[in-house]
Ligand binder design. Structure first.
Ligand code: DUC
Ligand code: ZN
Length: 493
């Protein structure tokens, strides 16, 4: 039995503690916001502590790291603005067991700097967040000045940028993508890529519109898998030319997943993300009566069949997908100005899918949906929802781990067993009037969430008990997966 000369701030006793590599019955001692020790279950029973939480044998895991969350952004994905700001979005995150988010700092197309975007996002998040946070820069105008600012980005703890192969306000040409990748390689920055072929989908949209096929379900028709697979393949080729690590975000297509797996097998530094919407929703959801299908409209779209969902689950299980994020992109449904209904006009009572803001809320439901499906081992669940995003984006081992003396005491504690309940939007904490998963039977939900040792979510005693402004900006290092590379040399080809 360990002998303690000092007291602990908190003990989480008798948990089935799960990390990306191990499962075991432990007590966790917390001091000054850090994991101080893991000791055999019940062995800390006589140690003085400010608070003791009895996990009653339930799973205790590193808190979720959600690396894809859209908050307080301007209109980027068609009409409409994400409805959550840093307060409501991070409130929703902690209620769902997520303790760190990475949101976005979007550069405007006409700007020649990316630092303005970073300053603006930082100002929005500061003193407003319930959980810890960082930002990916969205690069829309990779001119020399913006690229030269990568040095400053690294100094300020930012080690990732995101680029788009679609969306008028965001799309880059291949030569611009190469510019970003080369600079990213030099500065050990990971490049996130939204891989859909924008020209193909615009052309398909024009075809559909010319036949007056405008309803939400045609959004999926306009973006078949081949268009995601083409862009994925091109992104991999561009990355290969430069030898730069890339992360393909929100992969929905099993065909694209196969392309990624082949590249990984060839040893290329290609990482991939998927999201719950591609594990639980099919395009059938876009056919809900009236305009209701718009609630599940996101890009890439939910795919055709349960076989497609199975293909994505397989990729999550077999290592093709490195991380599982939410792509929380919340638009109010019943809002004709900035929400989903902004695409409805007198001429188009079912809306024009081209103008429906792309995105679904999901930061709060990400962990519970996937835990409840019981398809992954607990260790693999922790790996894709917490440890790998922390490693990939330079937060590890401060986040995504339970290493004594090193890791922040960010924890999600589940119930030892739970009566299934029906999910309804009023149970959630985002600023949106719907969830795509309304009516779904849930068999898991976090009982407690701790951020740096403080209980911020206590489902049975007050719900949200953390405070706005407690969340801190976390400076990030380069990716844990990033290798030292010699300078890129065009003459080597
Ligand atoms: N896809 C979405 O569904 N929403 C936000 C951005 C994106 O690429
Ligand atoms: Zn995207």
């Amino acid at each position: 039995m360990p002998v303690f000369r000092c007291s602990l701030d908190c003990i989480v006793s008798n948990g089935t503690v799960v990390t990306a590599s191990d499962v075991g019955r432990y007590d966790i001692g917390i001091k000054d916001g850090k994991v101080m020790l893991l000791a055999p279950a019940f062995s800390l029973a006589n140690v003085p502590a400010g608070r003791v939480i009895d996990a009653e044998g339930a799973y205790v895991m590193p808190g979720g790291v959600d690396a894809h969350v859209h908050l307080a952004e301007p209109e980027l994905f068609g009409k409409g603005k994400p409805a959550d700001d840093y307060t409501t979005g991070t409130r929703s995150a902690i209620a769902g067991g997520t303790t760190t988010i990475i949101a976005f700092a979007p550069q405007e197309k006409r700007e020649t700097t990316v630092l303005k975007a970073l300053d603006e996002a930082a100002a929005k998040a500061a003193n407003n967040s319930f959980c810890d946070y960082s930002f990916h820069i969205i690069m829309t105008n990779p001119v020399r000045q913006a690229l030269d600012e990568f040095t400053t980005l690294r100094e300020r703890g930012i080690s990732s940028v995101k680029i788009y192969m679609t969306y008028e306000a965001l799309q880059l040409r291949d030569n611009q993508i190469l510019d970003v990748l080369l600079q990213a390689r030099t500065h050990k920055i990971t490049t996130l890529i939204h891989a859909e072929n924008g020209d193909m989908l615009n052309w398909m949209t024009d075809q559909l519109e010319s036949r007056l096929l405008l309803a939400p379900k045609y959004h999926a028709t306009s973006r078949p898998q081949i268009l995601e697979n083409e862009a994925t393949n091109r992104a991999i080729s561009l990355g290969q030319l430069i030898g730069a690590p890339i992360l393909i975000v929100h992969v929905s297509s099993p065909a694209a997943a196969k392309t990624i797996r082949k590249a990984q097998t060839r040893g290329l530094p290609v990482y991939a993300e998927t999201c719950p919407q591609y594990l639980f929703l099919t395009r059938k959801e876009l056919e809900r009566p009236g305009f209701e299908g718009a609630k599940c409209l996101c890009a890439p779209p939910p795919r055709d069949s349960t076989d497609d969902l199975e293909g994505i689950w397989r990729g999550l299980d077999n290592g093709t997908f490195t991380i599982l994020s939410s792509d929380h992109c919340p638009f109010i449904y019943d809002d004709a100005e900035t929400g989903k209904k902004s695409a409805i006009t007198e001429d188009a009572p079912l809306g024009r899918f081209r103008y429906i803001p792309n995105g679904c809320p999901g930061v709060e439901t990400r962990l519970s949906l996937v835990m409840g499906a019981n398809r992954l081992t607990p260790q693999r669940f922790v790996e894709v929802t917490s440890t790998n995003p922390a490693k990939l984006y330079g937060l590890y081992p401060k986040k995504g781990a339970l290493i004594p003396g090193v890791s922040d005491a960010d924890l999600v504690i589940w119930y030892p067993s739970m009566e299934p309940f029906t999910l309804t939007n009023d149970l959630l904490h985002h600023n949106v009037d719907y969830t795509p998963y309304e009516g779904k039977t849930m068999s898991q939900w976090p009982r407690y969430t701790l951020v740096r040792g403080e209980v911020v979510w206590d489902r049975d005693n007050g719900g949200i008990v953390g405070s706005r402004g407690y969340g801190q900006f976390v400076k990030r290092e380069s990716s844990y997966f990033c290798k030292d590379l010699p300078p890129w040399d065009v003459e080597a080809f």
